[in-house]
Design a protein around this ligand. Structure first.
Ligand SMILES: [Zn+2]
Length: 238
């Protein structure tokens, strides 16, 4: 009599482990790192001082931090992305002719080898900070393209701040002339807002899934973004 019950238990365990395996498979993200600038000075620096293995680990660590900061515990909360490529390229030149350290589009990250070559300081630490910023662009919502660029860039630097990889020359708390100036200015302001309401940035990002409205600040904090910015500036005496 005990044998059929044992069989059912065994089958149940097999089913559970198969299901468990399936879930792990669905949630896995592949990070594919390719150095397309292997003979350029910055490509050689990447291979010698950073490496593809470290880059993959950092991309995974960034993803885990971002899902936590954005309160995206389940796959349904997140973008449906299973592969994120990162390419080391010789240079990245925007249509306006400006060369930039890194860029992300269509969930693909480009890192500029020329920038790595010219960087003065700990290049591995700088690369790590760049990965946190760019991985945020992979996962964040942008209000279906309606959010101000300064805000999406500010959220990316907010994540970099929370990862504890601030860049040299970053704005200090209270710096800047407007809330959506972008990058570290906006990151510091968002950090202030997050201090007023724990999880503010996560909730703001969630609201930006399908669209954008500046009143999201009012909805979450009970004050307009302009009022919040002047409160913030007053707090730091500038
Ligand atoms: Zn960016």
């Amino acid at each position: 009599m005990g044998r059929p019950a044992l069989m059912i238990l065994v089958i149940s365990l097999v089913t559970l482990s198969a299901l468990h395996g399936m879930i792990i498979h669905v949630e896995a993200v592949d990070y594919v790192v390719t150095n397309q600038a292997e003979t350029a000075p910055g490509g050689i620096i990447f291979n010698n001082q950073i490496g593809a293995g470290y880059a993959q680990q950092t991309m995974d660590a960034a993803t885990q931090l971002i899902w936590g900061l954005f309160q995206q515990a389940t796959a349904a909360d997140r973008k449906d992305i299973t592969q994120v490529p990162l390419l080391i390229v010789e240079n990245i030149v925007l249509p306006n002719g400006q060369s930039v350290p890194a860029a992300t589009s269509n969930n693909q990250i480009l890192v500029n080898a020329g920038y790595l070559n010219s960087y003065m300081g700990d290049v591995k630490q700088e690369f790590t900070g760049i990965v946190y910023h760019e991985m945020t662009h992979v996962w964040q919502w942008n209000g279906a393209g309606q959010a101000p660029i300064g805000l999406t860039e500010g959220i990316a630097d907010f994540v970099r701040l929370k990862a504890n990889y601030p860049a040299n020359g970053w704005a200090q708390p209270g710096d800047g002339t407007k809330w959506d100036e972008g990058y570290s200015v906006t990151a510091r302001f968002l950090d202030y807002c997050d201090g007023l309401r724990n999880g503010f940035v996560a909730e703001l990002n969630k609201k930006m899934r399908d669209g954008y409205n500046v009143n999201f600040f009012m909805d979450l904090l009970g004050k307009s973004v302009d009022q919040l910015w002047s409160d913030y500036k007053a707090k730091y005496g500038n």
